[in-house]
Design a protein around this ligand. Structure first.
Ligand SMILES: N[C@H](CCC[C@H](N)C(=O)O)C(=O)O
Length: 294
């Protein structure tokens, strides 16, 4: 099947974007994996599908597949690229669009300077909705909020990682570390991602607080591995930092691929929406023959 696509990136988190507003390609997980493959396909962290609005309350549907072929609930950097894509292709004349994702409805605003602000909706802390199974774990409190001591089997022994858990439509575990450059992202990221207490796996964020308005972050993403940036991960890390009293309500998050600005007015209530601002750039367009893969 010959498919046109647009390659895009948001702070180095990269995507293959497909316009399925006129026709659905009906791709299989193996075909999504092919598109994401950096040697045999186009290469991307996620595949984003633009689809028709499923109901009058939104302008489009937004479907996301990780590089491993699995469909997921949300993608923050992808949302910024989404609105840039639909505007640049003339699928809408509006600079603000609402999209339906598994994780809910988001409002995307294409700013005059080319950056994009996304209303990501409120964070979710209800453990079963993350989902996180606390079985066998006893939390301790930092500030007014739990930290869960996650046991990791490592080098024949047991390590313990203190994580804050929440959902931004997709699951996140955030660990505050002293130095992200020295953090065991490659070794412990996969162990956290697939930990038994996360029934649908989890995105693992490694947060370093520089000051109350500046943080560094590395993310080992569920279904991908370490990426240059993770939008929902930056949101989750700032929410965790604010709840634990480490951060103010507006933070610049420095990721390896770029900086995102996250704002969460927690003083107005935990159901306040999280706002994310950052770049969204097209890289190239192309056409690719996707083999029949069951
Ligand atoms: N790996 C994530 C999906 C993409 C999230 C990330 N690329 C973002 O910008 O939010 C998950 O499995 O939940």
């Amino acid at each position: 099947m010959r498919i046109p696509f647009t390659k895009m990136q948001g702070a180095g988190n990269d995507f293959v974007v497909l316009d399925e507003t006129q026709q659905a390609y009906g791709l299989t997980p193996a075909q999504y994996r092919f598109l994401a493959d950096r040697h045999f396909g186009v290469g991307a962290d996620q595949i984003l599908s633009v689809r028709p609005a499923p109901h009058p309350g939104v302008d489009f549907a937004y479907v996301i597949h990780n590089a491993d072929g699995g469909e997921v609930e949300n993608c923050g950097n992808g949302a910024r690229c989404f609105v840039r894509f639909v505007h640049d292709r003339g699928l809408t004349a509006r600079r603000q669009v609402r999209v339906q994702v598994h994780g809910g409805v988001m409002t995307l605003q294409l700013d005059d300077d080319g950056r994009v602000t996304v209303d990501m909706g409120p964070p979710v802390f209800d453990l079963p909705r993350i989902p996180f199974d606390p079985q066998g774990l006893t939390p301790r409190f930092v500030g007014a909020w739990e930290v869960w001591p996650l046991p990791l089997a490592w080098m024949g022994g047991m390590a313990e990682v203190p994580v804050s858990v929440l959902s931004m439509g997709n699951p996140h575990a955030v660990w505050r570390v002293d130095d992200v450059d020295a953090a065991p992202v490659a070794d412990w990221g996969p162990l956290i991602e697939r930990h038994a207490n996360f029934p649908r796996r989890v995105n693992a964020g490694f947060l370093q607080v520089l000051d109350r308005r500046t943080a560094r972050l590395r993310v080992f993403e569920r279904g991908v591995g370490e990426t240059l940036a993770c939008g929902t991960g930056a949101c989750a890390a700032v929410v965790a930092g604010i709840r634990h009293g480490w951060l103010d309500e507006r933070v610049d998050v420095r990721l390896p691929g770029g900086t995102l600005t996250i704002a969460w007015a927690a003083s107005q209530g935990l159901d306040a929406p999280v706002l994310m601002t950052g770049p969204a750039e097209p890289v190239f367009e192309g056409v690719i023959d996707v083999p029949d893969l069951p």
